[in-house]
Ligand binder design. Structure first.
Ligand code: ZN
Length: 103
């Protein structure tokens, strides 16, 4: 009775392919993890100098100000809020006026 020989070349190809798939999956997982960690590390940091942003209130609008470089960052919709307040009060009485009066 002949030995049941496995086609070793095909087997190598099969496992080689499988390994590539596993490596690819691992790489995707690692990339996703790295992106998550990077985003977390940048959360609430100044995009210009990397310092921790401090929350400030200008009238009823919450803004993020950098104590290092003085940059001011607005979340979605906050610029429109600032515009509305400024329109209703005039520039000197509005949010921009209150920013200039500080310090
Ligand atoms: Zn900064």
């Amino acid at each position: 009775m002949p030995m049941d020989e496995k086609p070793s070349k095909n087997e190598d190809e099969y496992f080689g392919k499988k390994n590539l798939e596993i490596i690819h999956e691992m790489r995707l997982k690692l990339d996703a993890e790295r992106r998550k960690t990077e985003r977390k590390a940048h959360h609430n940091k100044c995009p210009r100098c990397g310092a921790d942003l401090k929350e400030q209130h200008a009238e009823q609008v919450r803004i993020d100000e950098c104590p290092e470089c003085g940059g001011i960052w607005l979340d979605k919709g906050e610029l429109d809020q600032l515009r509305r307040v400024n329109r209703s009060r005039g520039v000197s009485g509005g949010v921009l006026g209150s920013l200039f009066r500080r310090g």
